[in-house]
Design a protein around this ligand. Structure first.
Ligand code: ADP
Ligand code: MG
Length: 365
C-alpha cells in the first residue's frame, strides 16, 4: 500500500524549460488517479519524478509520508509502463512479462500462473512465444503493460499506455486496466491527454496546462464545477461553447450577439465587484435552447453543419467568426443555412473572468 504526495514540486530542465510549476497533489492508497492535459503540459515529467527517473528540481515527493526525492527507482516499488515499450528484444513475450518475477525469485509455477492471468486479461495468450519485433505497436504496448501489472507493485505508473492500440482494443484494455487495479489494491497514476479515458477510469483527475495544475477533482466536479475556462473547455464532448460578454448585474449577463448583445439571466449571483467587467460566458451544447423564431434573449446564429447521432443531432453554427455547437432532438427539423436563436439555460451558465479565466460562479448542472 502507498499514498503518493507531491508538495510544491517543480521540474526545470536545462535552458529554462519549466515543465512543472509548483505542483501539489495527493493520491490516496488504492486510488486511481489520472493526470490529464494537452501534449507538452508536463504530465510525463510528473510521472517520471514519481518514478525516480527524473530529479525533482524543487519541492518534495512523499510515499507513505516519507520523502523519496533521493531514493532510486528500484527502492520505490513502482512499476511503470510508458508509451514507448522498452521491451527486451531477444526475449519472447512470455519471458518479457515474467522477467520482473524471476528477478524477485518467485518459483516457476507461481510465475506461470501470474503471467497466465495477466496475458488472458490483456489478450496476449496467442503471442506468448513471439519476439517483440514480430508484434504490432499495440501488442508491444500491451506486453509492456502486462509486465508492469504482473509485478503487483504498490504504485503503478502508466504513461499513455493505450496510445498505440486501435479503437476497439483500447476500449477493452481500458476496462481491464481498471479491473486489474481494483484486484491488485495498488495506487495507480495514469497519464493521458484523452479526457474520455480519464473520465472513464479515474477516481480523481488532476488537470494540467502549461506546467500548472488547473484543478483536481472527480470527473463530476470537473464537468459541473470547472474552476477555470481551460478545464471547462477540456472536459466534455462536444466541448463547452464560449461567448463574449459583460456582467450587467449580479444575475444578468449581456452576451455579445454580432454588433449588439442580448441579456441572459443566470441562476447564481456573480460578486458585485464584477459588474460591468468583461467576462467569458460558457455554456455546454446541450444547455442551449434553440428556437427557429426570433427571441429577445436569443443569440442569432446560422447552421453550418448538421450531424445525426442516433437520438439527437449536433448542430454547428456560426455567429460571426465564432463557432457554436448545440444539441437538438431528432424531431427538431433543421437544414444547413437556417437561422436559429439560442439561449443558455440560466442554471447551466458558467462565467469566467476575461483576463485570468477563473470561474466567477459555480454553475450547477
Ligand atoms: P507531456 O507528457 O504532458 O506531453 P512532458 O512532461 O513530456 O509533457 O514535457 C513538458 C515540457 O518539458 C515540454 O515543453 C517538453 O518539451 C519539456 N521536456 C520534457 N523532457 C525534457 C528534457 N529531458 N529536456 C528538456 N526539456 C524537456
Ligand atoms: Mg508525455
Amino acid at each position: 500500500m502507498s499514498t503518493v504526495e507531491a508538495k510544491y514540486v517543480w521540474k526545470i530542465y536545462d535552458e529554462d524549460v519549466i515543465a512543472v510549476k509548483d505542483a501539489s497533489f495527493r493520491c490516496e492508497n488504492e486510488e486511481f488517479v489520472a493526470v490529464l492535459g494537452p501534449s507538452g503540459c508536463g504530465k510525463s515529467s510528473i510521472l517520471r519524478m514519481i518514478a525516480g527517473l527524473e530529479d525533482i528540481t524543487k519541492g518534495e515527493m512523499f510515499f507513505d509520508g516519507k520523502v523519496v526525492n533521493n531514493l532510486s527507482p528500484r527502492d520505490r516499488n513502482v512499476a511503470l509502463a510508458f508509451e514507448s515499450y522498452a521491451l527486451y528484444p531477444p526475449l519472447s513475450v512470455y519471458e518479457n512479462i515474467a522477467f520482473p518475477l524471476h528477478a524477485r525469485g518467485l518459483d516457476k509455477n507461481e510465475i506461470r500462473s501470474k503471467v497466465q492471468d495477466i496475458v488472458d486479461a490483456l489478450e496476449l495468450s496467442d503471442v506468448l512465444k513471439r519476439k517483440p519485433s514480430k508484434l504490432s505497436g499495440g501488442q508491444q504496448q500491451r506486453v509492456s503493460l502486462a509486465r508492469a501489472l504482473v509485478r503487483d507493485p504498490s504504485v503503478l505508473l502508466l504513461d499513455e499506455p493505450l496510445s498505440h492500440m486501435d479503437q476497439r482494443v483500447r476500449a477493452v484494455i481500458r476496462a481491464r486496466i481498471r479491473r486489474i487495479h481494483d484486484e491488485l489494491s495498488t495506487t495507480t497514476i495514469y497519464v493521458t491527454h484523452d479526457q474520455e479515458e480519464a473520465v472513464a477510469l479515474a477516481d480523481k483527475i488532476i488537470v494540467m496546462n502549461l506546467g500548472v495544475i488547473q484543478q483536481i477533482g472527480t470527473a463530476d466536479d470537473l464537468f459541473n464545477y470547472p474552476s477555470t475556462q481551460f478545464v471547462a473547455g477540456f472536459i466534455g464532448e462536444p466541448s463547452m461553447n464560449f461567448l463574449g460578454g459583460r456582467v450587467e448585474s449580479q444575475n444578468r449577463l449581456a452576451v455579445r450577439n454580432g454588433d449588439k448583445s442580448v441579456s441572459w439571466a443566470i441562476a447564481e449571483d456573480i460578486p458585485s465587484s464584477h459588474i460591468n467587467t468583461g467576462v467569458v460566458v460558457g455554456i455546454r451544447p446541450d444547455k442551449l435552447e434553440a428556437s427557429k423564431t426570433s427571441t429577445s434573449s436569443g443569440i442569432r446564429a446560422k447552421v453550418d453543419v448538421v450531424e445525426f447521432l442516433g437520438d439527437y443531432r449536433i448542430l454547428t453554427l456560426s455567429l460571426g467568426e465564432k463557432v457554436i455547437k448545440t444539441i437538438v432532438p431528432t424531431d427538431f427539423s433543421v437544414s444547413i443555412d437556417d437561422t436559429l436563436w439560442l439561449t443558455g439555460l440560466p442554471e447551466a451558465i458558467h462565467v469566467f473572468e476575461e483576463k485570468s479565466g477563473e470561474a466567477l460562479i459555480k454553475a450547477k448542472k
